[in-house]
Design a protein around this ligand. Structure first.
Ligand code: GLU
Length: 428
């Protein structure tokens, strides 16, 4: 018997549904492409994973310790890239899966970046602005040695925003002794952010839908009905853009549940209402539906833009749409994929559909390094070129191998990455 490596299948990395699902998708894709088994072995696990204590003083003067993570899955193609999530469900395994998805996302889009993800297990909706600032600064200081413009570049994700990035950038700069804007992306414009970054993910989702409609020869007009799960940064901007190009958004959901109006929701009124009341609870221009009912509504385009593991083998059979455009990371699990593919629903997988965010993050990084900033029009044009090119490349792979879009996206990303890995070689 040869030397036995540590049995990583029993590691903490394995613990979440999202990790198991992402690993299965990865292995499934590699089986179709005769990939060097050594590459498979290397990509199944992250390069590095850090767990840090984040003790902060709460407003009531007590000290509370939160748990924070930063996982760098792969850095072959360039510095690691990925968001920071503040959510009660954050854990090492889920963060690792999200980092893995970032690796494949950057690779399929063709960005010179690797994959990472970070997060803190907390409920940001129950914390004051001061507490969130202390939390962010302490977390940044704990991971400061890992991140940097040429090492690993955090960005917003669920529960974090431009302000979080401003605090991260400031804390990192204080530690180093000079201003380093390029350590994060998704910053406010005033301190080096890019125009078009805030709504880039939603915009990218819509660009993919436009390409998919063209490909499927399907109209995008007032007869096209859209359902959006999740009305955060991604869902709200995707919904508004779908309405802007003339489609009818008939249902959305947020933490308060779903709201549906077959005549089309008045999104301006809804956004104003949510701005004033924090959630859609009490908005009367539609019927209330549960999150489960929302996903099962008859529509043309379903945009899951909330969290992972929403479309499973338990509800996949009841989904009644023509296109699923995954604004969220990992909303559909692998068992559900089989059912959805059988039903001929066209899936634009997460690593393609929601890649607009990291693509404009990349633009922000490039502009920051050059100290030369682009107009919003230029950002959006470049985003369109990259999204439509990626979409068409993945469709081409799907047709060539006669496989579904998700597997095709994985194959397209993994082949680019594996070529780079083989060229760089293995050391020692
Ligand atoms: N959090 C976003 C994602 O999941 C953006 C990451 C980034 O811009 O680095 O793709």
């Amino acid at each position: 018997m040869g030397p036995v490596g540590h049995d990583l299948t029993k590691s903490e990395w394995e613990g979440s549904d999202l990790f198991r699902n992402t690993s299965k998708l990865f292995v499934h894709a590699t089986q179709q492409m005769h990939l060097d088994p050594n590459i498979i072995e290397r990509l199944k696990w992250p390069k590095r994973a850090f767990v840090v204590s984040v003790p902060i003083r709460l407003d009531d003067n007590s000290i509370r310790t939160f748990i924070g993570y930063r996982v760098q899955h792969n850095m072959t193609l360039g510095p690691a890239k990925g968001g920071v999530r503040y959510h009660p469900d954050v854990n090492l395994s889920e963060t690792t899966a999200l980092a893995m998805l970032m690796t494949f996302k950057c690779a399929v889009v063709g960005l010179p970046l690797g994959g990472a993800k970070g997060g803190i297990r907390c409920d940001p909706t129950k914390m004051s602005r001061n507490e969130l600032q202390r939390l962010t600064r302490r977390y940044t200081s704990e991971i400061a040695h890992l991140i940097g413009p040429t090492k690993d570049i955090p960005a917003p994700d669920i529960g974090t925003d431009q302000q979080t990035m401003a605090w991260m950038m400031d804390t990192f700069s204080q530690e180093i002794g000079f201003t380093v804007p390029d350590v994060v992306t998704g910053k406010p414009i005033e301190i080096g952010g890019s125009l078009g970054r805030t709504d880039a993910t939603g915009r990218g989702v819509v660009y993919c839908i436009m390409e998919a409609a063209k490909y499927l020869d399907m109209p995008l007009d007032e007869t096209t009905t859209v359902v959006v799960q999740g009305f955060g940064k991604v869902g709200a901007s995707a919904a508004r853009k779908m309405a802007k190009i003339g489609c009818k958004v008939i249902a959305i959901s947020d933490v308060a549940g779903g709201i549906c109006n077959s005549k089309g929701l008045d999104l301006d009124a809804l956004c104003d209402y949510i701005e004033k009341n924090k959630t859609s609870e009490g908005f009367t221009e539609g019927d209330r539906v549960t999150n489960e009912e929302l996903l099962e509504l008859q529509c043309d385009i379903l945009i899951p833009a909330a969290v992972s593991n929403q479309i499973t083998k338990h509800n996949a059979d009841k989904i009644k749409c023509k296109i699923i455009a995954e604004g969220a990371n990992g909303p559909t699990n692998i068992d559900a994929d089989l059912i959805i593919n059988d039903k001929n629903i066209f899936v634009i997988p997460d690593i393609v559909a929601n890649a607009g965010g990291v693509t404009v993050s990349y633009f922000e990084w490039v502009q920051g390094i050059q100290k030369l900033f682009w107009s919003e029009k230029e950002v959006n044009n470049r985003l369109w070129n990259i999204m439509s090119d990626t979409f068409r490349r993945v469709v081409h792979t799907a047709e060539e191998h006669k496989i579904d879009m998700r597997t095709a996206a994985y194959i397209s990303g993994i082949s680019k990455l594996s070529r780079a890995m083989l060229l760089r070689g293995f050391w020692p």
